[in-house]
Design a protein around this ligand. Structure first.
Ligand code: AMP
Ligand code: GLY
Length: 430
């Protein structure tokens, strides 16, 4: 089988690495890929994975690529092409593709849609309102005493959520999105949610429109600095499983979140085939949904896929065909920890083109995998090319062991400006 993966981050490197282990996969391309993806080899025949310089948003060029290469399956990593309708386009041309179609991708692409859907189907979430006008939005924010999350409706590179603690901040946030239009058309409407208190965790479920298989839990670390200080980022590290969702709460999540979500999809004719990734706040009143994503998390994927025992090609094929009912997910009991190495200054301005040293030494450690994100391969060197540069994952019999192993691997890797959190998974060990 010939497979095309779309995207260029650490998530896509993890997808490629895991797909390359499938004996079914005889050729694997990634568009556009990164410096690490192009170094992977297929376990079955030793063929090298090839990166193709086509952007993840260039749907027509991606379609041409998939047709030229006669891809048997295309796997879509990021949210943008999904929101643009890549799945509908490929299907219309008779190509098999994994990911939600445009209608289903709305769970992530429109926060207004997602919020209204949760309310229609009784899914526990924050008290919220959706608005296009400043005055009603301001009145609602005032009813929450200004303590609220103001969210641009559409995709805004992960920056469209403004957390407010007082009315002046809420007013400024409403102005920024609705009047100054800082997020352009993505901010034509907004969702305002009450601020939920509690521990935040990540859930993933693989869905084929008929069944939804819940993954083990994981937790991301979104702030740039230790102890959850600093600015919000794409994610500075993850671990799985997290002790914070008890087995009883896991059952509650299945019954109060996943089951009504799936019933709601069926009732509304939404054929969701892909990953549903809800961000969950564990509140005193139980788990509540903060938002839905419609794709694998990054860097959640970098801890999930090393733990997954199934053949990923078989799993995603079955999902795309709507045949997940016959499949059971199998997981290694070993916890995994991923520490992200970022460029100095991230998520603000940062330098690129710094030579990365020690990658081979880190990768040579047992039960360790270095996933590349913002890297390029140039003249035999691997150089930094993005904010999040690498995701260093390790697994072991205990979470403490996995954490220690991940940080031991981090110590082997150096580049100018290297920045990372030293407390990934520390909360879970307290
Ligand atoms: P989102 O893109 O909706 O996940 O929001 C980004 C981050 O903002 C989340 O990961 C949370 O940490 C935080 N957040 C979003 N909504 C809320 C809320 N209603 N209450 C508290 N924190 C929130
Ligand atoms: N882990 C954050 C995200 O994938 O959106």
């Amino acid at each position: 089988m010939k497979v095309l993966v779309i995207g260029s981050g650490g998530r896509e490197h993890a997808l490629v690495w895991k797909l390359a282990q499938s004996p079914h996969v005889k050729a694997l391309w990634c568009a556009p890929g990164n410096g690490g993806i192009g170094q992977e080899r297929l376990l079955g025949n030793g063929e090298q994975v090839q990166c193709k310089p086509v952007a993840a948003e260039n749907l027509s060029a991606l379609l041409d690529l998939a047709r030229e290469q006669k891809a048997d399956l295309t796997v879509v990593g990021p949210d943008n092409p999904l929101a643009l309708g890549i799945v509908d386009l490929f299907q219309a041309h008779g190509l098999k593709v994994w990911g939600p179609n445009q209608k289903a991708a709305q769970f992530e692409a429109s926060k207004v849609f997602a919020q209204n859907f949760m309310e229609r189907h009784g899914i526990p979430t924050a008290q919220a309102g959706t608005f296009t006008g400043v005055s009603e939005a301001t009145r609602f924010a005032a009813s929450l005493g200004g303590k609220c999350a103001v969210k641009a409706d559409g995709l805004a590179l992960g920056k469209g959520v403004l957390i407010c603690r007082e009315m002046a901040e809420a007013e400024a946030a409403i102005q920024e999105i609705l009047v100054q239009k800082s997020f352009g058309a993505a901010g034509a409407s907004i969702v305002i949610q009450e601020l939920l208190e509690g521990m935040e965790i990540s859930l993933h479920a693989l869905c084929d429109g008929k069944v939804a298989h819940l993954f083990p839990t994981s937790q991301d670390h979104k702030r740039a600095l230790d102890n959850d200080a600093g600015l919000n980022t794409g994610g500075m590290g993850t671990y799985s499983p997290t002790p914070f969702l008890t087995p009883a709460e896991t059952v509650a999540v299945e019954q109060t979140i996943l089951a009504p979500w799936l019933r709601g999809c069926q009732a509304e004719g939404i054929d969701f085939r892909g990953i549903l990734y809800p961000g969950i706040m564990l509140t005193a009143q139980g788990p509540k949904v903060l938002e839905f994503n419609a794709r694998f998390g990054d860097p959640e994927t970098q801890v999930y896929l090393p733990r997954l025992k199934n053949d990923l090609f078989e799993l995603l094929s079955a999902c795309a065909e709507g045949a997940l009912g016959r499949t059971e997910l199998k997981w290694s009991p070993q916890p995994a920890v991923c520490v992200v190495l970022a460029s100095g200054g991230y998520p603000g301005a940062y330098a690129r083109g710094k030579v990365i040293h020690g990658l081979a030494a880190a990768d040579a450690l047992p039960d360790t995998k270095v996933f590349h994100a913002g890297t390029v391969c140039q003249g035999g060197d691997i150089l930094t090319s993005g904010g999040r540069v690498l995701g260093v994952t390790a697994w072991a019999d205990t979470l403490a062991g996995a954490r220690q192993a991940a940080y031991a691997a981090v110590e082997k890797i150096s580049f100018e400006g290297r920045q990372f959190r030293r407390d990934i998974a520390a909360k879970a060990l307290k």
